[in-house]
Design a protein around this ligand. Structure first.
Ligand SMILES: NC(=O)c1ccc[n+]([C@@H]2O[C@H](COP(=O)([O-])OP(=O)(O)OC[C@H]3O[C@@H](n4cnc5c(N)ncnc54)[C@H](OP(=O)(O)O)[C@@H]3O)[C@@H](O)[C@H]2O)c1
Length: 252
């Protein structure tokens, strides 16, 4: 079994790429993996200042972090991201793919441009990132994709977004089988409502209160709640494979 902090064959510190490391969940996932002794490449798209803050918080705490910009749907930029991580650290063990967007509307009014944007970032982006991960990850590695609890909760206005996350589930379950013989796990976490900018966007207080109360825990999830599960899947959770884990405080 691989240890959470070192690569099985080389004994070197493990290396993780966290896509969307500049975002609400990606930031805390990056910090959590670094606290577990993993060297982290904090990926970002349009917010270098956020990524730099995350990397500084990690290095200030004695960890190892760098930042890298890429559009996750652009295969050349993502190839550069992975090549740079390999060059810098000698290999990659963990890919946590949090980068994603959410655009909400009732299906009847959903702009097809918005659908295409979500398709590009959430589906093509997952494909492109998972392709690089599948080609390059070392033995003992882990891929953690990001789905959403709305795939099953089926909230009105989420059709386009939930459809892209259903695709992430399918990619995750099939890629896990395609990794046969590689000792690489592939799982997805499916958060429920989690207090990040993506979640707060466009919601009034009444909606936030209603969503928080849907869970028996009567609160919103936090990025720390999600990072706890990611750290398990990225480290000691070697016997969990090909699963979509609902991390949502019991909301149903
Ligand atoms: N928050 C929730 O309630 C919730 C619930 C279920 C699932 N999720 C999923 O959890 C993941 C993280 O969500 P979050 O709440 O942390 O979102 P967030 O705060 O909005 O962060 C999104 C991240 O994705 C990056 N990104 C967006 N478009 C990109 C692109 N084309 N290429 C590369 N990176 C791109 C952003 O980079 P820049 O900021 O640098 O541009 C940012 O780092 C997403 O996949 C989301 O669907 C969230």
């Amino acid at each position: 079994m691989s240890s959470p902090t070192t690569n099985t064959s080389s004994g070197d510190p493990r290396v993780a790429i966290v896509t969307g490391g500049s975002g609400g969940i990606g930031r805390v996932v990056s910090q959590r993996l670094a606290a577990d002794g993993i060297s982290v490449v904090v990926h970002y798209a349009g917010n270098p200042a956020h990524a730099e803050e995350v990397a500084s918080s990690i290095t200030d705490a004695g960890g190892s972090a760098s930042i890298f910009q890429a559009d996750v749907a652009d295969e050349h930029q993502v190839e550069d991201l992975f090549a740079s991580a390999e060059e810098q650290h000698g290999g990659i063990d963990v890919v946590v793919h949090t980068a994603g967007i959410m655009l909400l509307s009732p299906l009847a009014e959903l702009s097809l441009d918005d659908l295409d944007r979500m398709h590009r970032t959430n589906i093509r982006g997952t494909f492109v990132v998972n392709q690089q991960a599948a080609r390059r990850l070392r033995r003992g590695g882990a891929i953690v994709n990001f789905s959403s609890s709305v795939v099953k909760l089926a909230f009105p206005t989420y059709t386009g977004y939930a459809a892209t996350k259903g695709a992430v589930d399918a990619i995750t379950m099939i890629l896990a089988k395609e990794m046969r013989g590689r000792d690489i796990t592939v799982n997805a976490v499916a958060p429920g409502p989690t207090a990040t900018p993506l979640f707060f966007e466009g919601k009034d207080q009444a909606t936030l209160d209603r969503l928080a109360n849907m869970s028996p825990t009567q609160r919103l999830g936090t990025p720390e709640d999600i990072a706890e599960t990611v750290a398990f899947l990225a480290g000691p959770g070697r016997w969990v494979n090909g699963q979509v884990i609902y991390v949502n405080g019991g909301i149903a």
